[in-house]
Design a protein around this ligand. Structure first.
Ligand code: ABL
Length: 496
């Protein structure tokens, strides 16, 4: 194994070298170490080096396609030695293309050939390779043992980014974030070594991985606890009569009060979905439709609204419902979904009346007039019965666990068909300002799984990690002082 080299002679020379020389040096190193790579200009290169967000295409210096842990270690050692920045790419769904480095010239470690998932029949622990996609994991653990974990709605998203930065989905109010189910991980560090991280082994690293993982190493193997799938789940919708800002303020205020006073049962998972055509609640109840109907009745009264589209499902049908596809078990290395968009996120406390008003007015007066394909998702994230905020705020580096401060999670998403317009950004910027303008910094943050690449590095670190940033920077200094794992919003090592 190679020792950590902070700034080797080669690295110094290469830092100033032309992209072409850098490429040749990395190619040679990977070849010598027998790490499989994707040939530049091949069809496969287009898939492996292609972004999920077509707005943000980058040109990697090389793409390694490891099939073993040793390949991952060797790729990391090459990057460290040559002073090339490196990023793991699990499913490749980063909104900011951080799996590609978020800029040109990085070594991409494309993990999607490593997607094996096994379930221990006794402990119900799933061992998961780092390039497994959420739909594949869900399928295997369901088929082998009727088990589940907190996956999101998109089956093609990779386990790495999803679970190392939080991992929210339609199980999270009931069972918490994906990050909460990790029991241990084998991690390749910047010096090429392989270590185990758990509560008892390398606990600082384990803490850092569970919220800010992409900054600290490449997980080569995850171990997840799993939960028994509920026998039934029920999907449902509630159309909201929020066509003007007065109704919206009133309805949203009532919904927020209902969430805050503990009326949302643990089994319920729910979000507001708003777009150019409709505003509705959508949910997945972990239980059957008759139990749902009883549990939701008080809310319907409060909102003066009706249940619609109620569907009884088994667990995997519930996944398919919100994935809008039956194609859940995704393992194909040619998988290459993409779209063109700008997205922003928020996590906020309960909204004071003046903030509700400015947000609702922006929604009605500005958003409704934007003709691109935008949507806003507002997850009913916290509240007294949420499994997410039951975990102690300091237990993991994931920053948003305070029952008093973290009530809603938001994804704002503006998609264009064709190039995204230069004057498009102000739309979501303005909407986010309508929230944050009336909140204190401690009442809001942002979620890196919906990364906004237009934040500068200092601001990004602050809003993603808040009170946990100082400790993350200390750990970064210990395990990756030369910033081998780097992207434009990566955690900076603490100063000496
Ligand atoms: C996410 O993180 C959301 O959870 C999904 O709901 C979202 O999917 C994807 N990312 C987007 O990359 C979208 C669908 O693509 C849209 O067709 C749909 O209108 C929207 O969700 C809201 O349901």
């Amino acid at each position: 194994m190679r020792l950590p080299i902070l700034l080797s002679a080669t690295a110094v020379v290469l830092a100033a070298a032309s992209p072409h020389a850098k490429r040749a040096a990395i190619d040679d190193c990977l070849k010598e170490a027998k790490v499989p790579v994707t040939a530049r200009n091949s069809t496969q290169w287009k898939t492996d080096a292609g972004p999920f967000n077509d707005r943000l295409a980058y040109d990697p210096v090389a793409v390694a396609i490891p099939t073993t842990v040793e390949h991952i270690q060797a790729a990391v050692s090459c990057a460290a030695e040559l002073g090339v920045k490196l990023n793991p790419k699990s499913g490749g769904h980063s909104y900011a293309s951080f799996g590609l480095g978020g800029e040109d010239g990085h070594l991409v470690v494309e993990l999607d050939r490593m997607y094996n998932v096994t379930l221990d029949p006794e402990t119900h622990i799933a061992t998961v390779q780092p390039g497994a996609r959420l739909g594949h994991i869900a399928t295997v653990i369901y088929e082998e043992g009727k088990r589940a974990f907190s996956h999101g709605t998109c089956p093609g998203v990779g386990v790495g980014g999803h679970s190392l930065h939080g991992g929210f989905g339609f199980s999270s109010h009931t069972h918490g974030l994906a990050v909460d189910w990790i029991t241990s991980a084998d991690v390749v560090l910047a010096n090429g070594s392989l270590v185990t991280a758990s509560e008892t082994e390398n606990p600082d690293l384990f803490w850092a991985l569970r919220g800010a993982g992409s900054n600290f190493g490449i997980v080569a193997s995850f171990r997840f606890k799993t939960f028994a799938v509920p026998q039934n789940v029920t999907s449902y919708e509630i159309n909201l009569p929020w066509s003007n800002s007065t109704n919206m303020v009133k309805g949203w205020g009532a919904l927020q009060g209902w969430l805050l006073n503990g009326s949302m049962p643990e089994e319920m998972n729910m979000r507001i979905l708003g777009n150019g055509f409709q505003t509705q609640l959508q949910g997945l109840y972990h239980g059957n439709s008759s139990a749902l109907k009883t549990a939701i009745e008080p809310l319907l009264k409060l909102l003066g609204a009706k249940l619609s589209n109620v569907k009884d499902y088994d667990w995997m049908e519930g996944f398919e419902h919100y994935a809008y596809t039956n194609d859940i078990d995704v393992t194909d290395p040619d998988y290459n979904q993409s779209e063109t968009f700008y997205s922003k996120s928020l996590v906020t406390s309960a909204l004071p009346a003046d903030v509700l008003k400015s947000v609702a007015e922006y929604w009605i007066k500005t958003a409704k007039k934007v003709t691109r394909s935008w949507y806003i998702i507002i997850d009913l994230y916290g509240g007294p019965n949420s499994a997410i905020t039951r975990v102690a705020p300091e237990a993991t580096s994931y920053a948003f666990r305070d029952p008093k401060k973290h009530l809603f999670l938001y994804q704002l998403y503006d998609r264009s068909f064709g190039a995204y317009p230069d004057d498009g950004f102000e739309f979501l910027d303005g909407w986010v300002d309508a929230f944050t303008g009336g909140l204190d910094a401690e009442q809001w943050g942002m979620y890196i799984n919906y990364a906004d690449p237009r934040l500068d590095r200092a601001e990004a670190q602050d809003v993603y990690y808040r009170q946990n940033l100082a400790r993350l920077r200390q750990i970064k200094k210990q395990v990756d002082p030369a910033e081998v794992f780097y992207y434009p919003q990566a955690v900076e090592p603490a100063e000496a």
